[in-house]
Design a protein around this ligand. Structure first.
Ligand code: AMP
Ligand code: TRP
Length: 344
């Protein structure tokens, strides 16, 4: 694989950053809520995408499996359409600036706030063995990921809203404490998609589709075979009644409407209108077909990309070099402002 370097971006181009964990198998929620936005953001600005292996070690994990999943995730992102000649794609642990910035920013992060974060509390309860300090610091590393690049936009699903709020506060506190209010660290905006920011489990439509804690049957994986996808969607839990309509007491149907709208790039209301007269069975069939068509090209491209681990490593290495160039500039300014290390 040979990748061309990205042409220098004009000044007005928006910088977009996001991170994704190399854990588990990526699912339809990840794809719709995040990966699809990464791909489209290549049209709008300078995209920087990071596979966050250091975040993945904050809960119990297997080292050998982490490497495998890292390649899986990288190959899925490429198969989805991330193009290393148009964006920067790299592995978090290759760019040491992230960990250094985490430490520096921990001095402007409030401990109580970290202890109150929803994700920390959920994961803390879910840990059967060790609740690691890393789990608590997790959002500071996430803040460092984004702030190191002075990114303006962060495409994520709804579950990341609180992490984005925290990183905005960290940037503001740094700027006011160490930069006299100057925007040395850019305060980023989240970009949560209007449709598909929270895809729900097909079997338990009141909880989000997720890698951990979801049922196999309720989770459509990006790499599922068409037959499997069809079966999962056709056996999705639906609600009493027979109307295809968005309603609080119809979480199953509402979720399927959301999925179809997201996959088609249309509005929920358009889906409702189209299926106003349809039966549940026909509607589910249409959703299944659309999702199969949506994910099939990704699954097909994945195989060849995943098989070439040396090629993936080379590409990640080149991505890391370009990422480091940007992050190193931010780090030297942050160190300078904080009075850390030799002057100037
Ligand atoms: P993770 O796999 O936890 O690193 O998540 C990667 C991205 O997928 C993040 O931006 C999440 O917000 C997004 N995401 C995770 N689960 C869902 C879901 N059920 N619906 C929509 N987006 C999701
Ligand atoms: N915490 C995010 C998740 O679980 C992953 C992540 C790490 C991230 N660093 C990031 C997302 C920076 C956006 C920006 O999905």
């Amino acid at each position: 694989m040979a990748w061309r370097p990205v042409a220098a971006a004009p000044l007005s181009v928006v910088r977009i950053f996001s991170g994704i964990q190399p854990t588990g198998r990526k699912h339809l929620g990840n794809y719709i809520g995040a990966i699809a936005q990464y791909v489209s953001s290549q049209e709008r600005g300078e995209g920087i995408f990071c596979i966050v292996d250091l975040h993945a070690i904050t809960v119990a994990y297997d080292p050998a499996e982490l490497r495998e999943r890292l390649y899986d995730t990288t190959a899925i992102l490429l198969a989805a359409g991330l193009d290393p000649s148009r964006c920067i794609l790299f592995r978090q642990s290759d760019v040491h600036e992230h960990t250094e910035l985490t430490w520096l920013l921990s001095s402007v992060t409030e401990l109580g706030r970290l202890q109150r974060m929803h994700q920390f509390r959920d994961k803390e309860l879910a840990q059967r063995e060790l609740v690691s300090a890393g789990l608590l610091i997790y959002p500071v590393l996430q803040a460092a990921d984004v702030l190191a690049y002075r990114a303006e936009e962060v495409p994520v699903g709804e579950d990341q809203r609180e992490h984005l709020e925290l990183m905005r506060d960290v940037a503001r506190r740094f700027n006011s404490r160490f930069a006299g209010g100057e925007e040395v660290l850019v305060v980023p905006e989240h970009r949560i998609p209007p449709v598909g920011a929270r895809i729900m489990d097909l079997q338990e439509p009141t909880r989000k589709m997720s890698t951990t804690g979801s049922s196999e049957q309720g989770t459509v994986y990006v790499l599922d075979e068409p037959k499997t996808i069809e079966k999962k969607i056709k056996s999705a839990v639906t609600d009493s009644g027979s109307e295809v309509r968005i309603a609080e007491d119809k979480p199953g149907i509402t979720n399927l409407i959301e999925i179809l709208a997201a996959v088609r790039g249309s509005e929920r209301a358009a889906v409702e209108a189209e299926f106003a007269e349809a039966r549940y069975g026909d509607f589910k069939g249409a959703v299944a077909d659309a999702v199969v068509e949506y994910l099939s090209p990704v699954r097909e491209r994945f195989q060849a990309l995943r098989a070439d681990e040396a090629g993936l490593e080379r590409m990640l290495g080149q991505g890391a070099e370009r990422a480091r160039e940007i992050a190193a500039g931010t780090l030297s300014e942050v160190r300078e402002r904080m009075g850390v290390g030799p002057p100037g």
